[in-house]
Design a protein around this ligand. Structure first.
Ligand SMILES: *[C@@H]1O[C@H](CO)[C@@H](O)[C@H](O)[C@H]1NC(C)=O
Ligand SMILES: *[C@@H]1O[C@H](CO)[C@@H](O)[C@H](O)[C@H]1NC(C)=O
Length: 202
């Protein structure tokens, strides 16, 4: 019998090692910066990270469009370009970049609010750009807070330590279209959560 138990033990141990699933990759957010635009001028853009650093919350102090008799001139349309740096593990990782814009919106009769964004990533590849978000007075006449989810598939192949920081760039704008000069509305992107949901090894 001597030697039998160690043999069984080591056979079980290697079976467990084979059955163990590959560890799910963890993608963290390193930083976010404004690249310019009247919706995110210097000093009016900031961000926070979740404790585990997997979610970055961008905070826009003045990314807000207005229409109506007392609206500031040229405030119907606002722009903001920004970049978020993700840190990927080595190897191939695929997942979904989830951008969740939110804020206050109020649209008088017939006004529409639109948020349009083009996303790119470097290095790596993204799936199709998300459709414009369109809000109408039918839903938002009374005013309230919205959140919307934009999901963009992503794939990264990281070959060495120096490639691990990956820059996700957005060129975004929001604008209001009004049926006439007398109706009042406003639409803001006040915050946006950005993360990579369900990253998996590919
Ligand atoms: C990548 O991000 C890390 C933070 O996780 C930072 O310390 C490092 O300087 C960055 N590297 C590059 C090349 O930007
Ligand atoms: C708002 O959107 C609706 C539906 O897409 C469209 O029919 C309408 O013309 C738009 N209104 C304005 C003022 O652009």
């Amino acid at each position: 019998m001597r030697g039998f138990f160690p043999l069984v033990f080591s056979a079980l141990a290697s079976a467990a090692a084979i059955a163990e699933p590959r560890q799910a990759p963890v993608v963290t957010v390193v930083s976010a910066t404004s690249l310019g635009g009247n919706g995110c001028p210097t000093g009016k853009f900031s961000y926070t990270l979740s404790i585990d650093k997997t979610v970055g919350t961008l905070i826009f102090d003045v990314y807000r469009g207005y229409v109506g008799p007392t609206a500031p001139p040229d405030s119907r349309e606002q722009f903001c370009d920004f970049a978020v740096v993700f840190r990927f593990p080595l190897g191939c990782t695929s997942g979904t970049i989830t951008a969740i814009p939110g804020g206050y919106i109020q649209l008088g009769a017939g006004i529409n609010g639109t948020f349009s964004s083009q996303y790119t990533i470097s290095p790596g590849t993204l799936g199709p750009n998300p459709a414009n978000l369109v809000f109408t007075s039918a839903q938002w006449a009374a005013g309230g807070d919205y959140t919307e989810v934009q999901a963009i598939p992503v794939k990264e192949t990281i070959r060495n330590e120096n490639e691990r920081n990956v820059t996700f760039t957005a060129r975004s704008r929001l604008f209001l279209t009004a049926p006439g000069p007398d109706v009042t509305g406003q639409f803001g992107v006040d915050h946006m959560d950005i993360s990579i949901s369900q990253p998996t090894v590919c």
